[in-house]
Design a protein around this ligand. Structure first.
Ligand code: ZN
Length: 136
């Protein structure tokens, strides 16, 4: 016996709060994230996207200087699927206290692309160097 397959409702008649609506929202979100990808300049691995940027104290971009005098222009991102944290978390010289930091490296070529920040509450974000990310 063949079962009838329910077809998804056309876009114009989506029901708010339904499982189908949630699926559409997820698909919309995925498609938004796939837009404006940012790639590792060295190996072109997709690292994150402009849609992942968020604001800390009203800013998404920061000009920072480390204790050795090196300057970095970074942006902060909620997620960076093409990065892995590297090294043990450190509390000293954090640009975003009370977050501790680790190196953030490309998970394809291992180039250091910035830093990964975590706090005691389990919140985390990525601070990635603008000059090391390229648009498609
Ligand atoms: Zn890379």
């Amino acid at each position: 016996m063949l079962k009838r397959i329910a077809l998804p409702a056309p876009t114009g008649v989506r029901q708010a709060g339904s499982a189908l609506e949630k699926l559409y929202a997820k698909l919309d979100d995925t498609s938004r994230r796939c837009q404006q990808p940012l790639l590792c300049v060295s190996c072109h691995n997709p690292v994150t996207s402009a849609a992942e940027r968020f604001a800390i104290d009203g800013r998404t971009a920061f000009h920072l200087v480390n204790p050795n005098g090196y300057q970095f222009d970074i942006c902060v991102y909620r997620d960076a699927l093409g990065c892995d944290p590297a090294g043990a978390p450190k509390d000293s010289n954090s640009w975003f206290e009370p977050y501790s930091w680790q190196y953030a490296q490309c998970n394809q070529c291992e180039l250091q692309l910035g830093w990964y920040y975590t706090n005691e509450n389990g919140d985390s974000f990525w601070g990635l160097i603008n000059a090391l990310l390229s648009k498609v």
